[in-house]
Design a protein around this ligand. Structure first.
Ligand code: KIV
Length: 269
């Protein structure tokens, strides 16, 4: 059962090595944030994946800071217990430290986020240290970082070569040293995720990275089967809400057309 006490970055950070895995899921509005929170999810991530699963775009690059703030505000209203983490969208933090501080600050101030997540390794450490120094908890994100989709030539597994793997481990260490409290590790071989988890003192939260991470995160659409026809190979479908929703909509259509809905009880008195 979920309790009403808010989870903080310090509490999540302390879970490392204690055997209590972190369960994270994305959400983009108050309804699903409430449901995830009631289910006992630890972290609700307002992912820039909203560009793909909510807006229907081919990647996350066009998502704006204002859009992230809008969705974050809704999610924050539904999360009584879970920590609300907001993704920093592409180009809101890569140009300058000042841009990054302002963007992260807006996500907390206007979006009511409790931490921000940003993609990248060693090149992000100056920004991470600055954000942490002014009181903004930062979750890192390494491996297959979706904002670099064009560099990778698609959403492909990263860290297969020794050189890539060493660079990802070095990035993970640098982020932890800079003060990040947790690290998403996406779409890397399980052996590399295990090596990263061993190498750093903060929790790793895996997605498509095998079972050795200190926690897991899934996009809610994949977990709930909201797309009836597709989900990534690494996701587990815990429900078939896409199929159930089509069935409910088509039963409604039938009832409207046949005159079965509304009944007397469903009409004003
Ligand atoms: O944007 C997102 O939803 C994410 C998760 C896939 C980790 O970054």
């Amino acid at each position: 059962m979920a309790t009403t006490k808010k989870l903080t970055s310090a509490v999540l950070r302390e879970r490392k090595g204690k055997g209590e895995k972190i369960a994270a899921v994305t959400a983009y509005d108050v309804a699903f944030a409430r449901l995830a929170d009631r289910a006992g999810v630890d972290v609700v991530l307002v992912g820039d994946s909203l560009g793909m699963v909510v807006q229907g775009l081919p990647n996350t690059l066009p998502v704006t800071l204002d859009e992230m703030i809008y969705h974050c505000r809704m999610v924050a209203r539904g999360a009584q217990h879970a920590q609300v983490v907001a993704d920093m969208p592409f180009l809101s933090y890569q140009v300058s430290i000042e841009d990054g501080v302002r963007a992260a600050g807006r996500l907390l101030k206007e979006g009511a986020a409790e931490a921000v997540k940003l993609e990248g390794g060693e090149e992000m450490t100056e920004l991470v240290a600055r954000l942490v120094s002014i009181g903004i908890p930062v979750m890192g994100h390494v491996g297959m970082t979706p904002q670099s989709v064009h560099k990778f030539g698609g959403f492909k597994v990263q860290g297969r070569t020794d050189e890539q793997a060493q660079s990802i481990i070095a990035g993970a260490r640098a982020l932890a040293n800079a003060g990040a409290y947790a690290l998403v590790v996406e779409n890397v071989p399980p052996s590399l995720a295990a090596a990263i988890t061993q190498a750093i003192p903060i929790p790793t939260i895996g997605i498509g990275a095998g079972p050795s991470c200190d926690g897991q995160v899934l996009v809610m659409h994949d977990l709930l089967g909201l797309d009836p026809d597709w989900s990534p190979r690494f996701a587990r479908r815990y429900a078939e809400l896409g199929k159930a929703t089509i069935a409910a909509f088509s039963a409604y259509v039938d009832d409207v057309r046949s005159g079965d809905f509304p009944s007397d009880k469903e009409s004003a008195r």
